[in-house]
Design a protein around this ligand. Structure first.
Ligand SMILES: CC(C)(COP(=O)(O)OP(=O)(O)OC[C@H]1O[C@@H](n2cnc3c(N)ncnc32)[C@H](O)[C@@H]1OP(=O)(O)O)[C@@H](O)C(=O)NCCC(=O)NCCS
Length: 192
């Protein structure tokens, strides 16, 4: 069965922030952010390859005043949604953009039919771990030396049962509490 996004329109808007599908034309700005936030940034080729796998991957950008302020990506494997990347331009951090990207990503995964979400995060990356914990992710294991450039361990985090009403209510409550003022258009997936 092939699952295809049939609605790639705008998904959320909050205080001038727009979350939209990532396009090739966004990649120059995205690469500038990658270089600032990661010791081993993804190359242009990696991004192009990820965008080409659009049936089981989904990448979004957060646009503020016409500029790419952040971006995120997810890969679907059966019932699991694996977050592959999330980053916010340092100039825009601590302004809820990471939370808005996470909210959009989680809701899209629920629309897709995913039941669980997972990701890896550096042991030293406290800010990202806090962001994920806000969205119900819990540490469940460690991948030793996962980040080869400095041999750093990765914490594996999971959010389970995201398809249950209880989880969705918690995330909607979080979004309201953070004042994201989100108007969200449901992402529709077609199964052919
Ligand atoms: C992680 C990241 C995406 C968060 O983006 P952001 O837009 O700053 O996040 P938000 O403003 O929505 O913050 C949400 C919460 O995350 C946590 N957080 C974010 N930055 C933090 C920091 N510097 N220190 C501590 N907690 C932080 C806090 O709990 C924060 O809530 P609060 O502001 O109410 O305390 C951003 O710091 C980033 O791009 N980091 C570099 C790339 C990266 O590490 N990506 C994750 C790879 S696994």
């Amino acid at each position: 069965m092939v699952i295809k996004a049939i609605d790639e329109g705008s998904s959320i808007a909050s205080q001038g922030l727009r979350i939209a599908p990532m396009r090739k034309r966004d990649l120059p700005q995205i690469q500038q952010i990658e270089k600032q936030v990661y010791p081993k940034p993804w190359s242009l080729g990696v991004f192009l390859s990820e965008l080409a796998h659009h049936k089981e991957r989904s990448y979004s950008v957060a646009i503020q005043n016409g500029l790419v302020a952040g971006y995120s990506g997810v890969m679907y494997v059966l019932e699991d949604a694996h977050i592959t990347n999330i980053a916010v331009d340092p100039a825009f951090q601590r302004q809820n953009i990471g939370s808005a990207l996470m909210y959009s990503l989680v809701m899209e995964a629920i629309d897709y039919g995913a039941k669980n979400m997972t990701l890896e995060v550096r042991v030293s990356n406290n800010s990202a771990q806090r962001l994920y914990q806000n969205f119900g992710f819990m540490p469940v294991g460690v991948r030793k030396g996962y980040y080869q450039e400095n041999n750093e361990d990765a914490i594996i985090m999971w959010a389970y049962d995201i398809d249950l009403r209880e989880y969705r209510d918690k995330i909607e409550f979080l979004a309201q509490n953070r004042g994201l003022n989100i108007r969200r258009k449901r992402h529709r997936w077609a199964r052919f």
